[in-house]
Ligand binder design. Sequence first.
Ligand SMILES: Cc1ncc(COP(=O)(O)O)c(C=O)c1O
Length: 366
Amino acid sequence: MKIPLVDLKANYLSVKKEIDEKIFSVIGDTAFVKGRELDDFEKNWALKCNAECCAGLANGTVSLELILKALGIGPGDEVIVPSHTFIATAEAVANCGAKPVFADCIEKTALIDPESVKSSLNVKTKAVIIVDLYGQPADHNAVKAAAGENVFIIQDAAQSHLASYKNKTVGSYAYATSFSFYPGKNLGAFGDAGAVVTNDRGLCEKIKMLSDHGRMSKYEHLVCGTNARMDNIQAAVLNVKMRHLALWNEKRKKTVDVYKKSLKNSVSFFELEPSAVSSNHLIVIRTPERNDLKRYLEERGISAGIHYPVPLHLQPAFSELGYKTGDLPVTEKIADEILSLPVYPEMTEEQTEYVIENVKKYFRQG
Ligand SMILES: Cc1ncc(COP(=O)(O)O)c(C=O)c1O
C-alpha cells in the first residue's frame, strides 16, 4: 500500500464537478485579475473567520509581510517570532527590513513560549508573530500579556484554518491574522494564494492598496506597493472548497483521534493549549528514534515528513543574527524528535490502520 502525506488528487476528485464549472466560468468571462470571485472570497472568508475584513493576496508569505509594512514596521524595529516554524514567518520580518528575534517554544505544545517572548522584549520590539503550528492555536492571551499593550500580536494561521481558541475562530482575535492557501493546506488553492483578516478596516484597506501597486485609482499610486493580489482562478477554487472545509477538518480529526488512541503507548503527541481546537493540519509524533522510524515507514510505502528539521535560528539564512546551537534548547530538542504522519480528509480507515500497524511493528521489533 502507498500512503502519501497528503492526497491532493483525491481532494480534487471529491469536488471536481463544482471546481471545474467555476474555473471555466472565470475563463469564459476572461475575468482573471480582480473582480467578482475575489470580492466573494474576501466576503466569504471574513465571515468564516468572524472578522471584519479580509484582503485576498498572492500567498501566505507576502500576507505576513504586508501586515508588517501596513503597521509601519521596518528598519530599526524588532519582531519576535518562534524559531520552530516554517521560514516564511521570519522571512516576512527580514523582507520588510526589521530584525527577527527568535523565541523558544513550550515543550508540551511546540508553540511559542510566552516566557521566551518576555525575555526577548526591548524598546525596539514592535510585534510578535504567533504561529498556530500543525493547526494548534498558540496561546494568544498569554503572549499578549507577556508582550504588553504596545506590541502588536500578529497570528500566522497558515496551518490553522477554522481552528478556534477560547471559543473564538482563528482570525477573529489577534490584531491581524495571515493565512496561506498553498495547495497542501487544509484550504488549498490550485497554486499560490494567501489572505489577511483583521477587525481593523483601515489596516485591511491599506494592505489591499499595498498589494495592488499602492493604487488609489487605475493611474494614481499613493505609495510604492507591490503586486501581491490573489487571482480570480484561485479565488474561485477557494470559494468552492471553503464550503467543504468544516467537514474536511472533521474528517482529519477522526483520523487524528484514532492515531492518538492507538499509538499512545508507542510515541508521544503534543498537547493543545487549554480551550483550543486544532484544525489538525498535521499530526506530529515525537520519538528519539525519529530517523529510523521514518526510514522504516517509507520502506513500507508510508510517507512521513519533518516539520521542521532545522530551527530557524540555526538556518544559514539568519547566520548574521549570531545565534548558536544551545540558544533555544527546547526548539532544538523537538526538531530532532518530530515526525509527521499522513493525514488528509480522504484518508480511509484501512490506510490509517496500515500506518498504525507499521508504527507499532517498528517499536515491537525494538
Ligand atoms: C507556518 C507558515 N507560515 C507561512 C507560510 C507561507 O505561506 P506561503 O507558502 O503561502 O507563502 C507557510 C506555508 O507553508 C507556513 O506553513
